[in-house]
Design a protein around this ligand. Structure first.
Ligand code: ZN
Length: 266
């Protein structure tokens, strides 16, 4: 054990930081895809964040389509020409003593869902939801592998975003990975009706919250097993106007990380 193990975590001395991603990151570049993130440069971002007196940097590393590190699991945007933005940032951050937190989007994983359509969430009528992954499928293993790759760079922690189960219709999930454990646990099928008077709907919600909770705990345990010093925070989406669909309870959700961040529309 080295002496640094007992040092306070990075966030104990950091008050204000910045989160930086490439323009269009929420749409993985969208119509600008050919040039998307071409100038996104980890070294320059770290230098400018430090010059602006940021005390930590949350760097976008994974959006819904691409990643900005050298990954065996996900492609990088073509415009980056195989640059490793995370490496650039970590190396510069080390020089400037700026903690680098990797931003990772976990829901809406377009690339993985094209490779594995069986990981898509399903509506009550059995129809797949093309943009939404089910957190009870082996998709969770890809997330763990991806976090392990990023952790090997020596980052200070993760900002894990979009740990939601959808915000609005179409709603999941009635896939086999959900129906089967629900049947085992409750001895009855998942109700297909949203009915706030119905105890089966309460059971459905309990199962939903437990799914999110299990996924988050799995990731936190995984990260801590690989690097006990690395922090994990999950962005919270349960505030209005978001509602039950996301599958997050505030205290349960916050307790799964080292601290919590929140997001609301208004
Ligand atoms: Zn499911």
């Amino acid at each position: 054990m080295c002496a640094a193990t007992n040092a306070p975590p990075w966030f104990a001395r950091a008050l204000v930081g910045m989160e930086v991603g490439p323009t269009g990151a929420q749409f993985a570049g969208g119509k600008h895809a050919p040039d998307y993130a071409a100038n996104f440069n980890g070294r320059d971002i770290v230098r400018r964040a430090a010059a602006a007196n940021a005390e930590y940097l949350v760097l976008w590393v994974r959006d819904g389509e691409f990643t900005f590190h050298d990954s065996k699991l996900l492609p990088r945007p073509p415009g980056q020409r195989n640059r490793d933005v995370l490496r650039e940032a970590v190396e510069e951050g080390r020089k400037l003593n700026l903690p680098i937190i990797a931003y990772c989007q976990l829901q809406y994983p377009a690339y993985e869902l094209r490779q594995h359509p069986e990981w898509k969430a399903r509506q009550a009528n059995g129809e797949p939801i093309n943009h939404l992954a089910c957190f009870n499928t082996p998709y969770t293993n890809v997330v763990k592998a991806l976090l392990a790759e990023m952790l090997s760079y020596g980052i200070a922690g993760f900002h894990l975003d979009m740990v939601d189960q959808g915000f609005s219709p179409p709603i999941g999930c009635w896939c086999d990975h959900c129906q089967s454990p629900f049947q085992s646990e409750y001895g009855r099928p998942l109700t297909k009706d949203i009915n706030w008077e119905d105890e089966d709907w309460d059971r459905m919600l309990q199962f939903r919250y437990a799914t999110s909770d299990r996924f988050e705990k799995m990731l936190t345990d995984h990260v801590r097993s690989l690097d006990p010093r690395a922090t994990v925070d999950f962005n919270y989406h349960g505030n209005p106007p978001f509602s039950w669909e996301v599958g997050q309870k505030p205290v349960l959700h916050a307790d799964n990380g080292d601290f919590v961040t929140g997001e609301a529309g208004p």
